[in-house]
Ligand binder design. Sequence first.
Ligand code: SF4
Length: 311
Amino acid sequence: MGTTTEPAEPSEPAASRPPAARPPSSLSPSRASDFMQCPLLYRFRVIDKLPEKPSPAATRGTVVHSVLERLFDVPAGERTAALARSLVTPEWERLLAARPELAELFPDHGDSASGGDGGEQTAGERLAQWLQGAEALVERWFSLEDPTRLEPAERELYVETTLDSGLVLRGYVDRLDVAPTGELRVVDYKTGKAPRPEFAAEALFQMKFYALVLWRLRGTVPRRLQLVYLGSGDVVTYDPGEHDLRSTERKLLALWDAIRRATETGDWRPRPGRLCDWCDHQQFCPEFGGTPPVYPLPVPAPRAVPVDQAR
Ligand code: SF4
């Protein structure tokens, strides 16, 4: 569960103070998707910046993404599944060194007492199982793509562009392949399973977001968008046209208008749905009997109602 952020004492060193709340100034695919699914969740994440617990699934996703990125550091012929698997533990250790709070994913409940006799798993056993899961995901990738035949132009590419309206779009593209003809292929790895058809548009929306940014940056509509689902072993592709990306731009502008209105009025509505099961902020959510923290941005004072109208 998240916790409220206490206001900083004046004598506190600047580095330890929580960042001051600011109105949002740009949009990424994940935050756009947050707002579409639940405006209040967007507020908690972007404006209140409430802390969230690390999750084993998301952390495993980070490790797997790092392995798939690093594998391209070696010459094509050496990019084997065995090498990829061997990178999983070092990548986890590197991540843990950078973010020591991730150790709480595998708490030690007194291993010597509980493990080894068919009882609860020890922390070491849980970690080993989790790493095996990451190795299996990495290995599955080799049945979907052949890294010995790929030379990505970019990996973990930060992209950012400002639309004519002033809206700044930004995000990270997992992999960008450029054909000798100059055609672009945008690739995104997902460690989960491919969504059911009714939710496929959501994942494609993120890819069209990246395609729009790349189109604006490079002047070329990417030829192909490719989602690689390591959880289920599926590859989903889509070849966008200019009309798709113009319609994505219109959708993002409408979304940004709605975000701006909510920012100015402080009116962020909860929208309960399937995301609630994973939401770290239920304790602050009215749908679950909670109260959001005091809104940290200025909102217009309520208009005075003339006495004769108030009756
Ligand atoms: S619990 Fe559900 S409705 Fe409430 S903020 Fe989280 S996602 Fe939104």
